[in-house]
Design a protein around this ligand. Structure first.
Ligand code: NAD
Length: 360
């Protein structure tokens, strides 16, 4: 039976990077007879322009019916001034919540060829391989009440809520420990338990879950220290498990260790490993339309999709190998370029990965 993949390119550089990822996916599909059927739809600003909302019900239904979703990025200045409740990012939050995609996997791996592109010294980042497991459907991005109210003195006050239930913490902690088991067997849980009530419960539940994983070493770290340690000695980490807000920030920070956010893929999984796959970066309006965006994070998201949703480890390995071969050839988009390498555009980079994969 064929497997359905819904493609949602989004806005800004989204369509540019997605075109390259789809080329790679289509080649893998035919080369390895994977039986995928691809369909396309809109999300974010493109959906606002077409439907008036950032995620139409019909698109959500198609995402529910699909076996996996591949997404580019959403947002841009064109939609910055519209009502907060229908901003492009709301479409993204809605699809994650409605599909129950609570487990966000964000690997930060430094390709040895890119050691020079990192802003840290090569010896600090060489061999870096961290997995950030971020809770994705709870916490302050979804908590209510939220809004803006007027105080007695007439001044406006904005407020958000950061709720976490035991079950939400338990299931993301399990993802972290399960991942650590097949990696370096170390989990660092990041919180702010010295200040936040939600973090105190977080720490308590993570300790409970750890009892089921005696083979995995657990440590705790406050988020401010984690931010510092990530740039001081990032190789001390194996798996970092953390909440939605902290994970959002730390994973962007970790991306720079690897040279560029343009290299970082992500997977967002539900309890059955159905997933949505997307690059960690946004729609990069500053470079949209110029054909210079790095498509590798989206191409590597395809490889994560094959690995986690379809259990196709060999095909996933092949895509990652093709990316590595292209880096060996010295081809670099502007964000990862360094002296002595050949600067290429989005399409050339995609074509090079396709050629490398074809020859494997
Ligand atoms: P961004 O990730 O879009 O860009 C940050 C910087 O990284 C920019 O200088 C950009 O040019 C660069 N960059 C990002 N991806 C790149 C790539 N593939 N190749 C080369 N350079 C790349 O973050 P931002 O500027 O804070 O946000 C821009 C828009 O994207 C906003 O509307 C924001 O809300 C949205 N956003 C969307 C997502 C998402 O869809 N998942 C995530 C973050 C931000």
């Amino acid at each position: 039976m064929s497997k359905q993949i819904l493609i949602l390119p989004g806005d800004g550089i989204g369509p540019e990077i997605m075109a390259e990822a789809v080329k790679v996916l289509e080649l893998a599909n035919s080369k390895y007879s994977l039986g995928f059927e691809l369909s396309h739809d809109v999300i974010g600003g493109a959906a606002i322009d077409k439907h008036g909302v950032p995620l139409a019900d019909e698109t959500l239904d198609r995402a529910r019916a699909a076996d996996a979703v591949l997404l580019g990025a959403v947002g841009g200045p064109k939609w910055d001034k519209i009502d907060r409740d229908i901003r492009p990012e709301r479409g993204l939050l809605k699809i994650r919540a409605q599909l129950g995609l609570f487990g966000n996997l964000r690997p930060a791996i430094l390709y040895p060829q890119l050691a020079d592109a990192s802003s840290l010294k090569p010896e600090v980042v060489a061999g870096l391989d961290i997995l950030i497991v971020r809770e994705l459907t709870g916490g302050i991005y979804f908590g209510s009440p939220r809004g803006v109210r007027e105080l007695e003195n007439g001044e406006r006050q904005a407020y958000d809520t950061l709720p976490y239930s035991e079950s939400e913490i338990r299931r993301i902690a399990r993802v972290g420990f399960d991942m650590a088991r097949v990696r370096g067997k170390k989990v660092c849980s990041v919180d702010k338990a010295n200040v936040l009530a939600s973090s105190q419960l977080w720490r308590e539940i993570v300790e409970e879950v750890a009892k089921d994983y005696p083979d995995v070493e657990l440590s705790h770290m406050y988020v401010d220290n984690a931010a510092m340690q990530l740039v001081r000695a990032p190789k001390q980490f194996d798996v970092i498990v953390t909440d939605n807000l902290f994970g959002d920030i730390l994973s962007d920070q970790a991306s720079m260790l690897t040279g560029s956010i343009g290299m970082l893929p992500s997977a967002s999984l539900d309890t059955n490993n159905k997933g949505m796959y997307e690059p960690c970066h946004g729609s990069a309006p500053d470079i949209a339309g110029q054909g210079i965006a790095n498509p590798l994070a989206t191409i590597l998201s395809v490889s994560m999709m094959l690995r986690y949703s379809f259990n196709l480890g060999d095909a996933a390995d092949a895509i990652e190998k093709a990316v590595s071969l292209v880096l060996d050839q010295g081809l670099r988009t502007g964000d990862i370029w360094s002296q002595g390498c050949t600067k290429v555009g989005t399409q050339e980079m995609g074509d090079a990965v396709v050629a490398a994969l074809r020859n494997l």
